[in-house]
Ligand binder design. Structure first.
Ligand SMILES: Cc1cc2nc3c(=O)[nH]c(=O)nc-3n(C[C@H](O)[C@H](O)[C@H](O)COP(=O)(O)OP(=O)(O)OC[C@H]3O[C@@H](n4cnc5c(N)ncnc54)[C@H](O)[C@@H]3O)c2cc1C
Length: 424
């Protein structure tokens, strides 16, 4: 009988885990490795705001899992897992069953709404390829209506007001993109720039609280210079249609973009496994479920502590924990001791629009052109490790050619597009 290892989730954590198994068990006929994801592609989550903010083409966000695992000794299945029977060790989707001997749950996270009325139904989120495309289309539609329809003063104001809830990295990055796209949209739809309002709302007293204070001030100044109004110390109280009420009872009317909270994937909510209150799987230092030793978890889906603190839900945690969980399953199969997870972080990096980056990498603060170079190198490094030269070239194409020639009519753009996708 073969030993069956299943990884659910082809995100940053799941892919890393699958690569470790592929390298370790590639020639072992007794081990069967399967990666299951509801989508046939990996989403580059760190670039969602660039698509939602009209900077890059939506296609730039996706790398097919088949390309990532081309030639690797594992099977990739496109299916959505709905239920898990941990006693029988079987995963269930709508139509299929997947028995396992060892399981890694790497199903990522989803936005949390904290029970605030109307946010889930009326707000836009930024947590998937689909979210980014919906938001991008909606924003462009708002400008289209503002330009083509006869609107009252209030209707115009509502169409051109964008309220970004959450002063963390995602909210600030989204605000930065919008500030840049606004200028192009105003030109394209003949809308005066002063009609557009971009408001960043943060419930606590300060934005970007995990960023070094010097860098935080720089980002703050850059946001203000870009025309973004900051409202700190007030959260969202409730939402009804386009009416957004803040905790200080200020009423705003416009599009709500919700980036303020994060929780485990809601599909884990009903599964009988030990979780924290935000549906993240509680794991020990080996990333092994506290209630089910044959189940490991990695990335945003896990609730792990290191030196008494929760781990940040970022790519570095996901990649390193994916690797650590896989190595501990290998160790279990080889009857060797499991190793505790010891994350190592290289720093933080935030981009506010396409021209401003603030980063602290290996203790060194970087902004300006070195910051921009660092950002592109970090992204290229990740993309190269997944998709090799072809997808790295595609990244450069989207970042440096597509945005200046989005209809791909430019000669160079056309040549590159054909090289990257000969069928198009
Ligand atoms: C807008 C945005 C910007 C960000 N920017 C940064 C940044 O600049 N730097 C940084 O370090 N971090 C950033 N993050 C955080 C980072 O993206 C996450 O920490 C990281 O994606 C977590 O990786 P993961 O593998 O755990 O989950 P994910 O990458 O989310 O992957 C989860 C996978 O599971 C699949 N899945 C989910 N449920 C099921 C199911 N039931 N059945 C089958 N498949 C399923 C999904 O399709 C997905 O492919 C950002 C996040 C967002 C939303």
């Amino acid at each position: 009988m073969k030993t069956k290892i299943i990884i659910v989730g082809g995100g940053y954590a799941g892919i890393r885990a699958a690569k470790v198994f592929g390298a370790k068990f590639g020639l072992n006929p007794g081990i069967d490795i399967q990666l299951i994801d509801k989508n046939p592609y990996h989403t580059l989550m760190t670039e969602l705001h660039e698509v939602a903010g009209g900077r890059i083409d939506p296609d730039a966000l996706r790398i097919p899992l088949a390309d990532i695992f081309h030639g690797d000794p594992l099977s990739v299945v496109t299916d959505e897992i709905k239920r898990i029977d941990f006693d029988r060790q079987v995963l269930y989707s709508e139509d299929c069953q997947y028995p396992y001997d060892f399981l890694i749950l790497a199903t990522g996270s989803k936005p949390a709404f904290f029970g605030i009325q109307g946010v889930a139904s009326h707000g836009f989120t930024l947590w998937s390829y689909k979210d980014a495309v919906l938001l991008r289309d909606h924003i462009e539609n708002c400008f289209y209506h503002a330009s083509h329809n006869k609107l009252t003063r209030d209707q115009l104001r509502e169409k051109l007001t964008f309220i970004i809830a959450g002063g963390g990295f995602t909210g600030v990055e989204m605000a930065g993109e919008l500030a840049e796209w606004k200028k192009r949209l105003c030109r394209q739809y003949s809308v005066p720039q002063e009609e557009v309002r971009l408001i960043l709302v943060e419930a606590s007293q300060d934005i970007l609280q995990t960023l070094d204070s010097k860098l935080r001030v720089k980002c703050l100044n850059y946001l203000k210079k870009s025309g973004i109004s900051l409202m700190t110390g007030c959260g969202i109280k409730d939402v009804e249609g386009t009416r957004v009420r803040l905790s200080n009872d200020t009423l705003l009317n416009g599009t709500l973009i919700w980036t303020a909270g994060i929780q485990g994937n809601p599909f884990l909510k009903g599964q009988p496994i030990q979780k924290d209150p935000r549906f993240r799987i509680q794991v020990d230092e080996h990333l092994q479920s506290k209630s089910h030793p044959r189940v490991f978890s990695a990335g945003d889906a896990m609730a792990a502590l290191y030196q008494g603190k929760s781990l940040p839900q970022v790519v570095e945690t996901a990649v390193q924990s994916g690797e650590a969980a896989a190595r501990n399953i290998v160790a279990t199969l080889e009857e060797k001791p499991l190793l505790p997870f010891r994350p190592k972080y290289h720093g933080t990096l935030i981009s506010v629009g396409s021209y401003y980056v603030a980063a602290k990498l290996s203790g060194i603060q970087i902004t300006g052109i070195p910051g921009l170079c660092a950002k592109h190198l970090v992204h290229l490094h990740h993309i190269f490790s997944l998709g090799g030269f072809r997808f790295s070239l595609r990244y450069l194409h989207h970042q440096f050619i597509y945005r200046f020639s989005p209809d791909s009519t430019g000669f160079l753009s056309k040549q590159i597009t054909q090289f990257l996708d000969p069928e198009c």
